[in-house]
Design a protein around this ligand. Structure first.
Ligand code: ZN
Ligand code: ZN
Length: 350
């Protein structure tokens, strides 16, 4: 138990309880506090359908103080999104879709001419710090007849911009083994616990050799739960095989926030507690681990002299039904509930 003193948004002291000076902003008795949660895969452009939502609805109102929009925008829209993001209470980063049209369509890599090298390079140069990587969705419904070619182009663009790739995996073709081969240290596989036929595990639960090799090269694994990409069965296989949990992200947008199976970051954290991960491991996956991938470790620090960037949450006892993307339902006996955030010098409670 500690008291955290904050003045003008800066942490001025961390002291034993009862020793802080000043007025009480919030009595956090019984609550946990962590550095602000970071969601590495969301869709935060409200006018896009189906993959869109309001920034703060999936950010600070959910306990998430920083989020990464995962490729909603390509070069055509990224400037507008950057301008919009400055008005939100939530800190926003973006992965630039290698397709200039982004998610204006859901087959954005089916035409190779939409991968416009010059526009990608211009956008990456125009928004440094905001654009933290490139996004390529490499699954059948997105690439159609383009096969693995969009990923090869993405690899070249990654080298030219110096930005890592986040690659979405899903149904074949292309086969996931061919996708894995093209990924390098610092790249991200999102949807790594998906339960589709082209997933990262054999039928008997053994991880593909290509996955083990990718992990050994330093490829980062991200949950990207979404509507269709999280399976309890596969998550149990991953845990049993000792595949490390890197980041828990939601792939949240309006539909799966309101109707499930995502609902909220708290709901996902609860799923990982249910799977047997400790509270510390689950919270690390949305704080330290995400901040390190972003190259911004300060986002995961609670230290005197730093900006206060905090999430308050409770661990409640009680039954809660959890549903994965396959319709598999499990019952948890403890659940996490976000209670509020402290960002930009003010407390926001949900
Ligand atoms: Zn995806
Ligand atoms: Zn997504």
């Amino acid at each position: 138990m500690v008291d955290i003193s904050i003045c003008d948004g800066i942490i001025t002291a961390i002291t034993p309880p009862g020793q802080a000076e000043g007025e009480t902003l919030l009595d956090g008795s019984g609550l946990f506090v962590s550095s602000g949660w970071i969601d590495l895969h969301v869709h935060a452009v409200p006018e896009l359908h189906p993959y869109g939502d309001e920034i703060d609805e999936i950010g600070v109102k959910q306990g998430v103080t920083a989020l990464v929009d995962a490729g909603s925008c390509g070069a055509d829209r990224i400037g507008d999104f950057y301008t919009r993001s400055l008005e939100a209470a939530t800190q926003v980063f973006a992965l630039l879709n290698i397709s200039r049209i982004g998610l204006e369509r859901t087959d954005e890599l089916s035409q190779l001419e939409w991968i416009d090298r010059t526009k990608v390079l211009e956008a990456a140069a125009a928004y440094p710090g905001f654009i933290v990587g490139l996004k390529a969705r490499i699954s059948q419904s997105v690439v159609k007849d383009s096969g693995i070619q969009p990923l090869k182009l993405a690899r070249t663009l990654s080298e030219e911009t110096g930005l890592p790739l986040m690659v979405h995996i899903g149904s074949a073709p292309p086969a996931v083994s061919g996708v894995l081969e093209l990924l390098q240290r610092g790249d991200v596989i999102t949807h790594y616990l998906n339960g589709k036929p082209n997933n990262l595990f054999e039928e008997d639960g053994a991880p593909l050799q290509g996955l083990l090799d990718a992990v050994a090269r330093g490829v980062h694994l991200d949950v990207g739960h979404g509507t269709a990409s999280f399976s309890f069965r596969v998550a149990e296989q991953a845990k049993a095989a000792g595949i490390a949990l890197n980041t828990i992200s939601t792939d949240i947008y309006r539909g799966n926030r309101l109707n499930g199976p995502v609902y909220s970051m708290s709901n996902l954290l609860t799923k990982f507690l249910y799977l047997g991960y400790s509270l510390e491991e689950a919270i690390r996956a949305v704080t330290t681990s995400a901040a390190e991938w972003l190259g911004k470790p300060e986002l995961a620090r609670i230290r005197v002299g730093q900006q206060a960037n905090l999430t308050l949450f409770a661990l409640q006892a009680g039954e809660k039904q959890l549903t994965d993307s396959e319709g598999d339902v499990r019952a948890a006996h403890h659940y996490i509930e976000a209670k509020g955030v402290y960002v930009n010098g003010s407390l926001i409670t949900g």
